[in-house]
Write a protein that binds this ligand. Structure first.
Ligand code: F6P
Length: 329
């Protein structure tokens, strides 16, 4: 049985990571295991930024966004030498299991550790919600709530000035943030990478809406969409320019950016993080490895990590269709 268990956060930070760290530490202690915090993700693992944690190390963090363990994206860990240094540091501290809190890139790194005899379990945490085998990843709910608050405010100005607002949200290659927040704010159009779209149709919809008496319009754009013209570097500027030129209505662009990654986690994210992290440590306590935990249909489950990483990320097409129906006249 594992006695010393490490925990790290890797990739983009996500609200709820702290709630997961807290649960890993306290669950490990309840199983009479010794928890160790690894700072700055795989970067810190290579540089031996490892510290023993006690219950009070994780006091007062459940409500905080970000990650108290810090996060980083490490290129060095991808090298043979970097991986060896990481494994040697774990061996030096007699840590034989690690809980990895992060996205799919972080999970791939975890598989490399496993090849060197380290037990690993992944906990999905990214605002993008692009990890297969879980309905939601930690941080997504808070991020969409942040977008919803922002667009509620933008809508006040949009209606006062009778303008069109193109709001760009994060998500990397996934349209999930745009889809969920777009549906929740009543966006007039939602552009996501998973569903082909025509900007002419977006413009036509705007024209019809204005003719019917609507005086403003909200277009939510996922950062991962691509536009036909290669010379358009920033997608939301491309969409905004096209709309203004083709409708003649004043258009503004708002890029919400990293504000979506911060903030106190919502109830949903705190509960999800706590439940997933408890399950992750329980698996290690049972001697399991090479798995990721996830929530499907409200139940916490685990999957073989290699299988999970081979699955495709999907979006909820029912939500997409609903948003289209509700935004048509
Ligand atoms: O994966 C989370 C995320 O916020 C993506 O939505 C976004 O594309 C990316 O990270 C931004 O990365 P960085 O913080 O390194 O600019």
């Amino acid at each position: 049985m594992s006695r010393r268990i490490g925990v790290l956060t890797s990739g983009g930070d996500a609200p709820g990571m702290n709630a997961a760290i807290r649960t890993v530490v306290r669950t490990a202690l309840s199983f009479k295991m010794e928890p160790f915090g690894i700072y700055r993700g795989y970067h810190g693992l290579i540089n031996d930024e490892i510290e023993k944690l006690v219950s009070s190390s994780v006091s007062g963090i459940i409500q905080r966004g970000g990650t108290v363990l810090k996060s980083a994206r490490s290129q060095e860990f991808m090298t043979k030498q970097g991986l060896e240094m990481a494994v040697n540091n774990l061996k030096k501290h007699k840590i034989d299991s690690v809980v990895i809190i992060g996205g799919d890139g972080s999970f791939r790194g975890a598989l490399s550790l496993m090849k060197h005899g380290i037990k690993i379990i992944g906990i999905p945490a990214t605002i993008d919600n692009d990890i297969p085998c879980t309905d939601f990843s930690i941080g997504f709910d808070t991020a969409v709530n942040t977008v919803m608050d922002a667009v509620n405010k933008i809508r006040d100005t949009a209606s006062s000035h009778e303008r069109i607002y193109v709001v760009e949200v994060m998500g990397r290659h996934s349209g999930n943030i745009a889809l969920y927040s777009g549906l929740a704010v009543g966006a007039d159009s939602i552009l996501i990478p998973e569903v082909p779209f025509e900007l002419d149709q977006v413009c036509e919809k705007i024209r019809l809406a204005y003719e019917a008496g609507k005086n403003h319009n909200i277009v939510v754009v996922a950062e991962g969409i691509s536009l036909p013209s290669d010379d358009i570097r920033n997608v939301s500027f491309g969409v905004g320019k096209y709309i203004e030129e083709h409708t003649g209505y004043e258009t503004r662009i708002v890029i919400l950016g990293h504000i979506q990654r911060g903030g106190s986690p919502t109830v949903n994210d705190r509960l999800l993080a706590s439940r997933l992290a408890y399950h992750a440590v329980s698996l290690i306590h049972q001697g399991k490895s090479g798995k990721m935990v996830g929530e499907v249909d409200k139940l916490i489950k685990s999957w073989d990590l290699q299988y999970a990483l081979a699955q495709e990320h999907t979006i909820n097409m029912e939500y997409y269709r609903l948003a289209s129906i509700l935004s048509s006249l």
